[in-house]
Design a protein around this ligand. Structure first.
Ligand code: XMP
Length: 200
């Protein structure tokens, strides 16, 4: 038997998001939910144009890409397969440190069209480490796509083929991005209050 839908007037009203949790740590919304939705849709159109007639392998970097990935693939009108690489950076606070691979690719990407997805291109160290690993597997081509690009902090000579938004040098959270694993579930990208990562 299927579950019955509740039809009371009360249940038809969307519950208000509790703001208490994030307002304490987030200074302001930098990119709204609506702006993200529009940009993800236009990114999907750009990617479709470039990969038309091909089957894509999307390689998504865990964990920060999960929300972006879920929205992007539902906009993509292309045959695709999905795989993940796990990367953790053992740094302090907001500074990235040593990169450790926590999950390796499972799909065979040899001769395939690969789209490598990351949440944010910051110093460039992550993509600089991951790209040669993928290229060594001899794909037909690899393109990179990031939701956010923070060019001011770049240390490696690297750029992404598809960029959602270029942003100034703020530490941002939300829409998959975290601080100490928190705030990934926010539907927008917000600026973290400095006192959170630089305690007085
Ligand atoms: P790099 O410096 O290697 O950075 O290009 C890539 C990874 O570092 C994390 N990162 C951030 N995470 N807000 C975050 O929540 C930020 O402003 C930020 N900057 C870098 C992120 O995991 C990204 O994949």
């Amino acid at each position: 038997m299927s579950a019955k839908l509740k039809t009371s007037a009360k249940s038809r009203v969307a519950p208000k998001r509790s703001e208490g949790g994030w307002r304490k740590e987030i200074e302001r919304v930098l990119i709204t939910e609506a702006q993200i939705a529009r940009r993800v849709e236009s990114l999907a159109r750009e990617i479709e144009k470039d990969f038309r007639g091909r089957e894509l392998v999307i390689v998504s970097l865990l964990n920060g890409t999960v929300v972006f990935l879920a929205d992007l693939i539902r906009q993509l009108n292309l045959p695709l397969r999905l795989d993940f690489i796990g990367v953790a950076s053992y740094g302090t606070g907001t500074e990235s440190g040593e990169l450790v691979f926590t999950k390796e690719l499972c799909l065979d990407v040899r001769g395939r069209d690969v789209l490598l997805l990351d949440d944010i291109l910051d110093t460039g160290k992550t993509l600089h480490r991951v790209l040669p690993k993928i290229r060594a597997l001899r794909p037909r081509r690899v393109k990179t796509c990031v939701l956010l690009d923070k060019p001011a902090r770049r240390l490696e000579k690297i750029r992404a083929d598809y960029v959602g938004f270029a942003i100034p040098d703020f530490f941002v959270v939300g829409y998959g991005l975290d601080f100490a694993e928190r705030h990934r579930n926010l539907p927008f990208v917000g600026v973290l209050k400095p006192h959170v990562f630089k305690p007085a």
